[in-house]
Each structure stands twice: as structure tokens, then as C-alpha cells.
Design a protein around this ligand. Sequence first.
Ligand SMILES: Nc1c(NC[C@H](O)[C@H](O)[C@H](O)CO)[nH]c(=O)[nH]c1=O
Ligand SMILES: CC(=O)[C@@H](O)COP(=O)(O)O
Length: 149
Amino acid sequence: MSSAPKLLIIEARFYADLADALAEGAIAALEKAGASFDRIEVPGVLEIPAALSMALTAMENDGEIYDGFVLLGCVIRGETSHYDIVANESARVILDLIVDADLAVGNGILTVENDDQAWARARKEDKDKGGAAAQAALAMIALKERLGV
Ligand SMILES: Nc1c(NC[C@H](O)[C@H](O)[C@H](O)CO)[nH]c(=O)[nH]c1=O
Ligand SMILES: CC(=O)[C@@H](O)COP(=O)(O)O
């Protein structure tokens, strides 16, 4: 790749404050690497697979070309089995899309038991999982380039 990579950040805003914290870490990592990016929002993690699929369709239709994707969101266990649907089904479809289309994706979707776990992982000054997802996407972009995919 001759120019700096361009990535698409897909943010689930179900927990807006956590989404902001994850995005802060991701953006800092991308800017540090000299990458450019666009951001789109979806209501919750369950909508992330459709948004990723839509972005791929838009790219096929001569839309913006993204070298990689950063997925951000948080699923916090509640009282019912809904957590398992949101966390597991989204992860399954996301991985199918990634493998089927050789996508460079960093997964920054937290799946946690409570708010404390979520904040420890979302804060840029703490575990910085948003930054880690951005770095994973950049690493996979570099791998794709090295393998000529
Ligand atoms: N419980 C969480 C959700 N639930 C909402 C779903 O993601 C979805 O938006 C809804 O079912 C409408 O289709 N989303 C999260 O991102 N995090 C959660 O903890
Ligand atoms: C993971 C969720 O969707 C969660 O917010 C649902 O909570 P509950 O199981 O208490 O309805």
C-alpha cells in the first residue's frame, strides 16, 4: 500500500459513554499510526454485523475503499439470556464475514459482567481495548499487504 491506510470505525452506541471511551482509544491509535478513518454508528452490537456487511456492499458498488475495520461496542450481562444472543451471535457473524472476505478487522467489542469490567477495558488510560482493536486492524492490514491478498 503506497498511501496511509484508511479504516472504517463501526461504533455500537448502546452504552454511549463507553462507546466514546472506546472510540477515544481507537482514534488515538489510528492517528498515531498516521492512518485515516471514517466513523459510522449503529444502535447496538447486534447491528454491527449488518453494518459491516453493508459497508462491504457499498465498497463493491464503487464506494469508499477501506483497508480495514475497527468494531467497537460493549455487551454487559443482564438478567436474561439476551446477553448470549447479542455477544455470541454478533461474534459468529462478524468472524464469518472476516474469514469469507479476508477482512482486516480489529474487534473491540467488550463482553463483560458489569460496569466496572466495562470501564476498566474501555478507558484509554487503563486497558484501552479500543486502542488495541485499532492496532489489531492495522496489523491485519499489514499482513494482507505482505501476503498480497
Ligand atoms: N444489551 C445490549 C445490546 N442490546 C441491543 C441490541 O444490540 C440491539 O441493538 C437491539 O436488540 C435492537 O436490534 N446492545 C449492546 O450493544 N450492548 C448490550 O449490552
Ligand atoms: C445484553 C443485554 O441485552 C442486556 O442489556 C439485557 O438485559 P436483560 O437480560 O436484563 O434484559
